[in-house]
Design a protein around this ligand. Structure first.
Ligand code: PGA
Length: 249
């Protein structure tokens, strides 16, 4: 029953300085050959030093954002090609914090994903409902609209990962029930199957308050191929057990 290779992805958000690379040393020592793919998306300042530190070890490095243009007059922005140039292999796109703080629309996320493909980066496209949308029982409609608008037609299992991150579960310590996660992930799989021939091989991550104590149960849910982890990815002591749980799933 070989499904797609699972993915444990850490999103450091706006946390971490050069001294934080010591966490990477610990992860490399603890997981010389993980069964799962392990990815850290640090702040942009740490992408290059982190890839240098990993030097052939079993951790991938990604960005938390990219611009949709290849280059040009966009002060303060970074292109997918520039990120690739310093060793990134993934980019998180459409995280709810960026959708909320930077007003990123589905169209913007879509265009950034196309730029990521062109540069050879794998796009992790995030979708998820707010608490009021869940209360209004529009969760699946919201997810369907975000998927339709954000995922380019060129998406494949090789260049795209989808992360389901309920906005109300991010950084709150609250998680959906296993049945709720199972429902959304099954829905996402079916939705992808209407557009992409390799939908079964596309990895679907769950994100939002994943920690060592709930990771094992979440990884047992059908159609969950890994996790996108925020707070619990900052320390090797917290992220390590999550990688171990995914390796065991
Ligand atoms: P959290 O964040 O694990 O801290 O809830 C998840 C995310 O935003 O990807």
């Amino acid at each position: 029953m070989a499904g797609p290779r699972k993915l444990a992805a850490g999103n450091w958000k706006m946390n971490g300085v050069l001294a934080s690379l010591a966490e990477i040393d610990q992860l490399l020592a603890a997981f010389p050959e993980p069964r799962s793919e392990v990815l850290i998306c640090p702040p942009a300042t740490l992408i290059h030093p982190m890839t240098g530190r990993i030097a052939g070890g079993a951790i991938q490095v990604g960005s938390q954002n990219c611009h949709m243009a290849e280059n040009g007059a966009h002060t303060g922005e970074l292109s997918a090609g520039q990120l690739r140039d310093v060793g990134a292999s993934y980019v998180i796109l459409g995280h709810s914090e960026r959708r909320a703080d930077q007003g990123e629309s589905d169209q913007i996320v879509h265009d950034k994903a196309v730029a990521a493909y062109q540069a050879g980066l794998v796009a992790i496209i995030c979708v998820g409902e707010t608490e009021s949308q869940r209360d209004a029982e529009t969760t699946l409609d919201v997810i369907a609209a975000q998927m339709a608008g954000s995922i380019p037609d060129r998406a494949t299992a090789q260049n795209t990962v989808i992360a389901y991150e309920p906005v109300w579960a991010i950084g709150t310590g609250r998680t959906p029930s296993e049945a709720q996660i199972a429902q959304v992930h099954a829905f996402m799989r079916q939705n992808l199957a209407t557009r992409f021939p390799d939908a079964l091989a596309m990895r679907l991550l769950y994100g939002g308050s994943v920690k060592s104590s709930n990771a094992g149960a979440i990884f047992d849910i059908p159609n969950v191929d890994g996790a996108l982890v925020g707070g619990a990815s900052l320390k090797a002591a917290d992220f390590g057990p999550i990688i171990a749980a995914l390796d065991a799933a």
